[in-house]
Design a protein around this ligand. Structure first.
Ligand code: SF4
Length: 347
């Protein structure tokens, strides 16, 4: 069996510094290499003109620069949806959304997902594997190059539970955030979790000021148990004390994602219960109109129900926004493009 080479896009600056010291080179070489990769965006080792020939040859022996291929791309109003093929022929999606405040990329972190949220297309397929760091970095680089843009925000909210792939996700964030790397501000990066308590506790200790979003989607255990199996392992009465500790320790504002599902979690009583649960926390609620999919029976809440929910939260002094709807015309619900592609392939 051949040796699997490490992909250079999977290395943090620290990994490269350790590498260069190990091969008897100066630590600062790592910064030079990082600049070639992320500032000048070269595509081969030979293009690193200030690096000595024998160092380049050594790097070619130790690393590969394999990239991802774009299998499909759908364009809608202010939204671009990409389907990538990975080396082992698996597929993941990433979505670029154009907001007034900038260009935001939603990145996938796993192939499939084990969380099994009932309303989610991605959750219909169990996790096959975690994405490697480079597979997340390359979603970013490929889309920037394809659209010839600078991405201003990254949300880890695509296929997968990021905290189920903690180490690779943290390395990805490090590459995004490092000044010599992609140099995206920590406050422009958001990790979204369905509520994996031990990992939230670990994340609390991280130095970077990255935002945390919680996929809440229900104001109580009764409803949450029905739509998010993870709630049985980490119920709200255990999750909230940890979130309060998180806010206190980090001083960072939390986001609660709340997909409004018709007849399930969109009643006035739900809005009031939600307000009561988060009152006093440094947090805001992001209401998300549901993207219906043909495989799942959940329905999107009516517009006046959404507005009523929003008003009730406002009246309770809760900070709240309604996410603009993106791309029902491009199957923007996470996992939809991939499942469509795979169905067609298997027909
Ligand atoms: S919503 Fe997120 S955590 Fe839940 S099944 Fe889908 S991808 Fe997984």
């Amino acid at each position: 069996m051949g040796v699997v080479m490490k992909n250079i896009y999977g290395c943090t600056l620290e990994d490269l510094e350790n590498y260069f010291m190990k091969i008897g080179e100066k630590k600062f070489k790592a910064t030079q290499v990082f600049e070639w990769l992320y500032k000048k965006r070269i595509h081969s080792f030979e293009e690193m003109r200030n690096v000595k020939k024998n160092t380049i040859e050594q790097m070619q022996r130790d690393f590969c620069m394999d990239t991802l291929s774009i299998e499909d791309k759908k364009v809608g109003k202010d939204v671009y949806k990409y389907l990538f093929t990975l080396k082992d022929n698996e597929h993941v999606e990433a979505v670029l959304m154009e907001h007034d405040y900038g260009k935001s990329l939603c990145v996938s972190t796993q192939v499939g997902c084990n969380m099994g949220c009932m309303f989610c297309e991605s959750g219909r397929r169990k996790r096959i594997r975690n994405l490697k760091t480079e597979e997340m970095v390359l979603q970013f680089l490929k889309i920037e190059a394809d659209l010839n843009i600078r991405i201003t925000h990254v949300v880890l909210m695509g296929i997968g539970e990021p905290f189920d792939n903690y180490e690779n996700v943290m390395a990805f964030i490090s590459i995004l955030n490092t000044g010599k790397g992609i140099d995206l501000g920590a406050r422009h990066i958001t990790v979204s979790t369905s509520g994996v308590i031990p990992k939230i506790q670990e994340f609390m200790k991280e130095k970077r000021q990255v935002n945390l979003a919680i996929s809440l989607h229900a104001p109580n255990n009764e409803i949450r148990n029905k739509i998010m199996p993870i709630n049985k392992a980490y119920p709200l009465n255990e999750l909230f004390p940890v979130l309060k500790e998180y806010s206190k320790k980090t001083n960072r504002r939390l986001t609660f994602e709340y997909i409004l599902l018709s007849g399930i979690n969109d009643s006035e009583a739900c809005a009031l219960e939600l307000a009561q649960r988060i009152r006093g926390m440094n947090a805001y609620v992001n209401l998300i109109p549901y993207n219906e999919t043909s495989h799942l029976e959940f329905k999107k809440s009516k517009t006046d129900t959404i507005m009523r929910f929003y008003d009730l939260l406002k009246k309770q002094d809760i900070q709240v926004t309604i996410r603009r709807e993106f791309g029902s015309e491009v199957d923007a619900a996470c996992g939809q493009l991939r499942s469509k592609y795979e169905e067609e392939k298997h027909e």
